[in-house]
Design a protein around this ligand. Sequence first.
Ligand SMILES: Cc1cc2nc3c(=O)[nH]c(=O)nc-3n(C[C@H](O)[C@H](O)[C@H](O)COP(=O)(O)OP(=O)(O)OC[C@H]3O[C@@H](n4cnc5c(N)ncnc54)[C@H](O)[C@@H]3O)c2cc1C
Length: 332
Amino acid sequence: MNVQQHIQLQPYNSFRTKALAKLFAQPETVEELQEILTTYKSENKLIIGHGYNLFFTRDFDGLIIKPEIYGLQILEENDYWVEIEAGASEDWDAFVEFCVSRGYSGIENLSLIPGTVGAAPIQNIGAYGAEVKDVITLVKTVETGSGNVKNFTNAECDFTYRNSIFKQTRKYVITSVIFRLQKSFSYVEKYADLSRELKDNPHPLLREVREAVINVRNRKLPDPESLPNAGSFFKNPILTKEEKENLLALLPDAPVYNAGTDGFKTSAAYLIEKAGYKGKRKDNVGTYEHHALIVVNYGTENGKEISDFVQDIQHEVKSKFDIGLEPEVWMF
Ligand SMILES: Cc1cc2nc3c(=O)[nH]c(=O)nc-3n(C[C@H](O)[C@H](O)[C@H](O)COP(=O)(O)OP(=O)(O)OC[C@H]3O[C@@H](n4cnc5c(N)ncnc54)[C@H](O)[C@@H]3O)c2cc1C
């Protein structure tokens, strides 16, 4: 069991903010993880993957656990589907490529989402009309408090839009995920941007869909390696009927979609743009010029500068449209 002290967290978050972890561990097996959890029972703990959805505003007074648990294994298959178990620390997009190259469909629309397999169920990653919840059959975890193994069926994960039992409770370390993917593929139009990319190819192959998603993403999103960011900073707000009516009274062209029993969904990017924050920059932090929802770090190592800017956006949107924006990104 190797637990290090006073580790710089700058390389472990995609905003590249500086902070020290009091303790830092990289368990390579479930057993090693359990030993660390029981030995450091009283420490405040944070689990990280590739750090594409979190950043630090101050030193972390506790134990950061970055699992290094790998492996891809086919558990079961028939003529129609295949079940694959993937270790939590496998790179998400490498896993998508592994599946697409073998003709397994179901996650091609989630191509190029940065991060690990283990983080994918946390916020039920989604893009281009697909969500990872639709292909997960089991999530294997270790409970942080007891060190006990606990497995969750899909229904027990309580998946909703950018949410899950793991995000709500923050009590479990995901060690591996089992996916069921299909061996056949036919393209179903789900998202305008993607359909536009495929307009000359009405019956794309699985690989062509993956390539189209990668092309659209590369055009639209800033690369965190050259322009530090964490993707979409806020969730799209869910509105009650009254909030929807108030919004449409202020902004008649606001995009509003029926979100089933949840209410109505609107676009956080639209609200930020209407609040005058698209492409706006304050010192070292700003929103991306081509995408209002992406907060970009132009040069600070101080996470507090980023969280202050984010609060400015929330304040402005709340005071103009009376809608609260909830961050999708974790700030510690
Ligand atoms: C340019 C860019 C584009 C993005 N596009 C999308 C997108 O289209 N759709 C989308 O949904 N997201 C998107 N994201 C967000 C991000 O890619 C996902 O949230 C991804 O799942 C993060 O993976 P990670 O390994 O970096 O997780 P981290 O950032 O390290 O962690 C994220 C959260 O998961 C927890 N966590 C991580 N690993 C584990 C584990 N093994 N067990 C328990 N908890 C764990 C952490 O505590 C934290 O709360 C984007 C981010 C960037 C930078």
